[in-house]
Design a protein around this ligand. Structure first.
Ligand code: PFF
Length: 452
């Protein structure tokens, strides 16, 4: 049995399709919702610098490692480890990834549900003529509620499941291909509006002028978690997608291109948000509601704002969908290949289980807001555990696997597609995978946990 052939698995039909689907997974609420609010809570510019360093030094190598494992293993996140390391405990990395996928899907759908509510608010012109205080109140009233936040969350989960049911190629590629470029154009327009608002300069210096006094080990961990979350790495999503990539495609180039696009979009979102935060006298450390209380103010100040608001929230929903399907796909690929369930059964079961956990995330802003564990409510707890602990730990084990367990000739063979491409920088890559990345991740992770 060949480990590297494509057998009869469903695969991406073109290089463009892979880039779109992988970028579609990476680009989502993580860039536009999570990045700005984490930057805001972490004091701005210095966080950004650390974040960029992590993307370059850790993000790209982990992404390439995941692709390598997936394309070599030709299986889901767990199955690929089993196949490449038979009878060894490495498959536990896959198990951890599946647990992380559940947690992320649960809280991700909460925020995607908020986005759907904002599509409906935009359609009914609900922001028109409202002051920043009224816009804030509108958000508070909505997200502390029960019925609507849950309804939208279920709606989003159902959409995710429906796309997954239509299969890898047709489902994922079709939706990812067309729409993301529009989102970028829109963000550019919004950023231009934001930086031309009176009083916006302070926002730009918040984002770009590093203030190292704001840095502590918690902030460094947050930057690591954000880098992993945003690139969709550390839990086997890109192992799963890697298994759908054909041999003719250059894994290194894809990793660099996707990471670059993801980072540019996050920065673009920052440039749209922070100038507006300061121009409207809002608080950058406002937390998970930041974009929902800031962006409607920008739309209000834009010619054609009614139209822009609708298009923006619709596109954000689609960006969230191309990410959420990649998360659900991790679980579904595992359930179909390892547990031999039908795709239909697997999808429905996984989506329902995630929706169930998601209820607690959604309600943790309202009904369950007093239920906390070490100061975090359910939403915060799942986000912190998955993004800041499980993803970096997964990434650590993934680079160790590729750096130390796989033979370097296997890694070279996969990265060069059997000699089809020059594996430039291969020696540098192996050095990073063996030493730099594991040590850096371990230091950040264990230091912030107080272990070292
Ligand atoms: N990267 C996605 C985003 O930025 O919205 C979220 C995500 C997708 C995280 C897939 C993890 C993952 F495996």
């Amino acid at each position: 049995m060949s480990l590297s052939g494509n057998e009869s698995r469903d695969g991406f039909s073109s290089r463009f399709g892979i880039i779109c689907a992988t970028a579609g997974s990476a680009i989502g609420l993580g860039n536009i919702w999570r990045f700005p609010y984490i930057v805001g809570e972490s004091g701005g510019g210095a966080f950004l610098l650390i974040y960029l360093a992590f993307i370059l030094l850790l993000g790209i190598p982990v992404m390439l490692s995941e692709f390598t494992i997936g394309r070599r293993g030709q299986r889901n996140a767990l199955g690929s480890f089993k196949r490449l390391a038979p009878r060894k405990p490495w498959y536990l990395v896959g198990v951890m990834g599946i647990v992380a996928a559940f947690m992320i899907l649960a809280f991700y759908s909460t925020i995607a549900g908020w986005t759907l509510e904002y599509v409906s608010k935009a359609l009914t012109n609900a922001f028109a003529g409202k002051s920043p205080e009224e816009i804030n109140l509108m958000f508070v009233n909505f997200h502390t509620g029960t019925f609507w936040p849950l309804l939208w969350q279920f709606a989003f989960m159902a959409m995710t499941a429906w796309i997954i049911l239509s299969g890898v190629q047709k489902g994922i590629e079709k939706y990812a291909k067309v729409l993301m470029p529009f989102l970028v154009v829109l963000l550019v327009i919004m950023a231009l509006r934001a930086i031309t608002l009176p009083g916006s300069g302070e926002g730009l210096s918040f984002l770009f002028r590093p203030n190292f006094a704001a840095i502590d080990s918690g902030v460094v961990l947050a930057a690591l978690g954000q880098a992993f979350f945003s690139l969709s790495i550390g839990m086997g999503t890109l192992i799963t997608y890697g298994s759908y990539i054909r041999k003719e495609n250059n894994l290194g180039n894809i990793s660099v291109e996707v990471s670059l696009a993801d980072t540019l979009i996050a920065i673009l979102a920052g440039v749209a948000i922070f100038p507006a935060v300061f121009a409207f006298g809002l608080d950058p450390a406002d937390g998970p509601g930041l974009i929902f209380t800031v962006l409607p103010n920008i739309f209000q100040q834009m010619p054609g704002g009614y139209f822009f608001a609708i298009v923006f929230f619709v596109l954000l929903t689609i960006a969230a969908l191309t990410s959420s399907i990649s998360i659900l796909e991790v679980v579904v690929a595992y359930m179909t290949e390892e547990l031999k369930l039908s795709r239909r059964k697997a999808t429905i079961m996984a989506a329902m289980a995630a929706a169930f956990v998601g209820v607690f995330c959604t309600l943790s802003f309202g009904l369950l807001q007093d239920v906390t564990i070490s100061g975090l409510h359910v939403f915060g707890l799942l986000d912190f555990t998955a993004s800041n602990l499980l993803l970096p730990l997964g990434g650590l084990l993934i680079v160790l696997f590729v750096g130390w367990y796989l033979s370097s000739s296997v890694v070279r063979d996969e990265i060069s597609s059997g000699g089809m491409f020059k594996a430039r920088f291969f020696a540098v890559l192996m050095f990073v995978l063996k030493f730099i990345a594991p040590v850096a991740i371990a230091i950040v992770l264990f230091d912030s946990l107080g272990i070292i």
